[in-house]
Every structure is written in structure tokens, then in C-alpha cells.
Write a protein that binds this ligand. Structure first.
Ligand code: FAD
Length: 458
């Protein structure tokens, strides 16, 4: 088969789906190539078979911004504000199962005052509201390790809460400040602290993607379970009508189909790690020299039953004497939090930063999660009596997660060079690597920066 479209989009997660719908709404033809049998990427929804209660255990919360409200309204999906979390925390060293008292306990007033300072510093860089546009030369405050920034602005009291909100970010304290700003963007954190974040009223984010899937299927604009085998891109200044040619393989239960796609532009909406791109895209030397700088973490979320922990208990992993905040050693679980379905808990697991896009075998993560819980049960029989054993009822591995670069790279103008790739070789880029790592910010960058430039060149 041969098909022609204005834009070919590789990746149907948060970014790719948003762009596909937005381009269709502007009467541009698209084709989305997604490797999984569904759209949504990091979105995961679990429906408890016993109660029928649905809950999101991937992307669940959205900042209360026009980009988010407009998009959900477009699909007629009502959003509600999340009420305050009512969790009593118990701390253990997950390596031993022993109770650990938090080594640093700032008061609520101290925490809020520290966040006010953090927000004020974040607000000094308006380019972070539109994408990752940093002043040139990049100021030292933006590339210094976060621990120095914390000391400089005396915001220690915010750090334990940041670590809690920022599971999956790896080594928070060594991260350059820009990467912390990207992982903890001001509007989202303000929203969480003031109960001003949104979620679909039916706690089923996947519904957004089902509706998008239906719309894209209606116009034959979607290839699920598909991958690009080969991409040919004309140089930017070519006069050819179709500047992009893709050979795509689609797996169905009964056959494997090949399709040739001609498009005017290519929009890449998958994590831009060279090892994931180079096999089919053949990166230019310019692209490779930028994208090779990325490191990432791995994040994994399980839903567990049989923990024996009380229904409103959150179980926090702390390691005595490891940093002034007793941060846990990674890879390990950050914490266990009560899920929406009574009796179930969410197990949040993460790794340190690494160049490897897939830092852990998922089977090892699952095993580690369950061993940790058993260790806490065994170590505290009076508190958690009974014979129930923990078991995973759902699990999702999200790697590579939080693509980021070093302070040296940021100082050397990495983000300017990254954004300069937009449009080169008739190729545009969108996704978490191009924004703060939350859906609302990605959609804002898509509609404010990437799509206007792309549409302008069609
Ligand atoms: C556990 C977890 C919870 C999160 N919670 C929130 C939250 O509550 N709120 C929030 O705003 N953000 C949350 N995030 C952040 C989340 O990363 C972003 O919101 C957003 O989903 C990132 O979108 P993306 O499109 O860049 O990437 P993804 O959603 O990862 O999409 C990439 C897509 O590309 C596909 N793909 C990959 N390789 C190929 C290939 N070669 N060919 C074709 N397709 C390919 C993938 O299957 C995927 O569908 C969470 C992240 C995780 C991991």
C-alpha cells in the first residue's frame, strides 16, 4: 500500500496524539505510527474486576491551564479537582524492613516558604513557560547542581516534598537546576500544594486516548502495532512535494503488512534517544551530536494487593544517613501509596540516571517490589500481623523516562542546539524532552512553538 499525508507522526503518546488531533482540526492530513496496540504512552488505567472501580496508575493529574482544559473539553471529558491527599506516612529502610525516623522534619510553614522561593526563582526564566528557552549565556543558577542551588537559596525545607512529588527523577540533588525545573514545573507544583490539579471525573485518562483513537481511525490516520523500518528524508531546501518517505510494518493477529508513506513533514514524538531512532531514521551528524548527550532514568509502577498496610498509610523508603534527607538508595521503590481501590497500593519504583534507555529488566523490578514489602511485613509483625502475601495485580514499566543532560551540556548551550533541530531535514520534534515533563506543558509547547512552525512550512 502507498499513502500520502501532510504530516507523518511517529509515536502516539501524549505528544503525538495531541499533535495529530490538533493538525486534523486544522484540516491537515496526518498518519500516526504507534508501536503499541493503543494510544496513550505513559497513560495506564486499571479497572478492578471485583468492584469495577477504575483508577489511573500512569499519567493521572493535569495542571489547571488553558492547554489542558481546552484539550479535554475538545473530547467532552469533564475534569474535576483532586481533593487533598489524606495519607499518614510510615517510614522504613526498604533494604532492612526496619522503621526509620525521618532525619529532617521541617514545619509546614518552612516548607511553604521554601517553595515560594523556588517558584520565584523559576519565574525568573520566562523561557521555561514556552519550552526550554534559556538565557544566553546560560546563567550559572541554571546549570549548577541542585544541592548548591538549595544551599544558595536556603530552600532545604522544600526538598523532601520535592522528592516525593518527583519520583522517577533519579539523583535529585546532583541534577542540574534546569532539569529540576523541568521535572517540577511551577504551575504543577503550585497546583498540587493548593489542591488545584485536575483529573478526569471518571478517573480514566485512557478515555481521552480511546476517543482520539476513534477519530483518527475514522479518517484512516492511525497505524497501531506499527513501526517504521526505514525513513528517507529530503534536505530542508528541496523542492520535492513529498519530502518524507517511510516504510512501515504493521502487525495484526493474522498478518504483517508493509505500507509506504509519503508525507511533507515528519514529526517525531518518541523519546529522542539515538539508540531508539538511529536504526530507522539514520540521524544526521548534527542530530546525533545533540541527542547522544541524553541520559535517562527508568520508572516502574505496580499495583499491589496483600500488603497488610492500613488503608490510609503511605509507606516511605528512607535510608538513614544517606543525604541530610535520608533519601533511599536507587534503584528501589520510592514509596507505596494507597490506591483508589480499597486494599490496593501503588508501588512507585525508580532508577538513577543512566545512558541505557532500559535500565532494568522488568522482572527484576517486580521481584524487588515484592521482596521489599515482604521485608517490611516480616520486620514488623506486631504492626502488620496476618498471613496475606503481596502480589502484583498490574505493572507498567516506563523507560526511558525523564530524558535529561548534564550541567556542562546545559552550560554549553544544549537546549539551544536541541531546539535548532526543529525543521531540519523536514523533521519536527515534540514530547517530554522538549518541555517540562508533564502533559499540559508538552501540549503548550506543541501548540505554541512546534505546530505553528510546522504548519507554516506545509
Ligand atoms: C508513571 C508515570 C506517571 C506520570 N504521571 C503524570 C501525571 O500525572 N501528569 C502528567 O502531566 N505527567 C505525568 N507523567 C509524565 C509523562 O511522561 C508525560 O505527561 C507524557 O505522558 C509524556 O508524553 P510523550 O508523548 O513525550 O511520551 P510517551 O507518553 O512515552 O509517548 C511516546 C509514545 O511513542 C511510542 N513509541 C516509542 N517508540 C516508538 C517507535 N519506535 N515507533 C512508534 N512508536 C513508538 C510509545 O509506545 C508511546 O506511545 C508521568 C509519567 C510516568 C512514567
Amino acid at each position: 500500500d502507498i499513502i500520502e499525508r501532510d504530516v507523518a507522526i511517529v509515536g502516539g503518546g501524549s505528544a503525538g496524539t495531541y499533535c495529530a488531533i490538533s493538525l486534523q482540526d486544522q484540516d491537515r492530513s496526518v498518519i500516526v505510527i504507534e508501536k503499541e496496540p493503543r494510544l496513550g504512552g505513559h497513560v495506564e488505567t486499571y479497572v478492578d474486576p471485583a468492584t469495577g472501580i477504575a483508577m489511573d496508575y500512569g499519567v493521572a493529574l493535569f495542571d489547571n491551564t488553558p492547554a489542558v482544559n481546552d484539550y479535554f473539553a475538545r473530547f467532552d471529558i469533564p475534569l474535576v479537582k483532586i481533593s487533598a491527599f489524606n495519607i499518614s506516612w510510615f517510614s522504613y529502610d526498604f533494604r532492612t524492613g526496619k522503621a526509620v525516623a525521618p532525619s529532617y522534619n521541617p514545619s509546614r510553614e518552612e516548607v511553604l516558604a521554601a517553595f515560594v522561593t523556588y517558584f520565584a526563582q523559576h519565574a525568573r526564566y520566562p523561557g521555561l513557560e514556552r519550552g526550554i528557552f534559556l538565557p544566553s549565556p546560560v546563567s550559572e543558577d541554571l546549570y549548577m547542581p541542585f544541592w548548591r542551588f538549595v544551599e544558595k537559596y536556603e530552600i532545604q525545607a522544600a526538598v523532601p516534598t520535592m522528592f516525593l512529588l518527583d519520583a522517577g527523577v533519579g539523583d535529585l540533588l546532583s541534577n542540574p537546576v534546569v532539569e529540576v525545573f523541568r521535572a517540577l514545573p511551577r504551575h504543577m507544583v503550585e497546583g498540587v500544594l493548593t489542591s488545584n490539579v485536575l483529573t478526569p471525573a471518571n478517573h480514566t485518562v485512557i478515555e481521552l486516548y480511546r476517543r482520539a483513537e476513534a477519530e483518527l481511525s475514522l479518517t484512516s490516520s492511525l497505524f497501531l502495532s506499527s513501526e517504521v523500518l526505514y525513513a528517507y528524508r529530503e534536505p530542508t531546501n528541496t523542492t520535492e512535494k513529498n519530502k518524507i518517505t517511510l516504510l512501515v510494518r504493521t502487525h495484526t493477529p493474522t498478518e504483517t503488512k508493509l505500507t509506504l508513506i509519503h508525507a511533507k513533514k515528519l514529526l517525531i514524538a518518541i523519546p529522542p534517544k539515538p539508540s531508539l531512532l538511529d536504526p530507522w531514521l539514520r540521524l544526521t551528524a548534527d542530530e546525533l551530536s545533540v541527542l547522544i548527550r541524553y541520559i535517562n532514568t527508568g520508572m516502574y509502577v505496580g499495583i499491589v494487593n496483600g500488603t497488610r498496610f492500613p488503608p490510609t498509610a503511605g509507606i516511605l523508603n528512607l535510608a538513614s544517613n544517606h543525604t541530610m534527607y535520608s533519601f533511599p538508595y536507587l534503584p528501589d521503590m520510592y514509596n507505596l501509596i494507597p490506591a483508589r481501590v480499597p486494599g490496593l497500593m501503588l508501588a512507585i519504583y525508580g532508577t538513577m540516571q543512566t545512558p541505557d534507555p532500559y535500565p532494568m529488566f522488568e522482572v527484576a523490578v517486580r521481584q524487588h517490589m515484592l521482596e521489599d514489602i515482604r521485608r517490611i511485613q516480616r520486620g514488623n509483625p506486631d504492626r502488620y500481623p496476618g498471613t496475606e502475601e503481596p502480589a502484583l495485580v498490574a505493572f507498567a514499566g516506563q523507560a526511558p523516562y525523564i530524558l535529561q543532560v548534564s550541567g556542562e551540556d546545559i552550560k554549553d548551550g544544549f537546549y539551544e542546539r536541541l531546539y535548532a533541530l526543529q525543521g531540519q531535514m523536514n523533521t519536527f520534534w515534540i514530547g517530554a524532552a522538549w518541555a517540562a515533563d508533564i502533559s499540559g506543558e508538552i501540549w503548550k509547547v506543541a501548540r505554541g512553538v512546534v505546530l505553528p512552525k510546522l504548519v507554516g512550512e506545509l
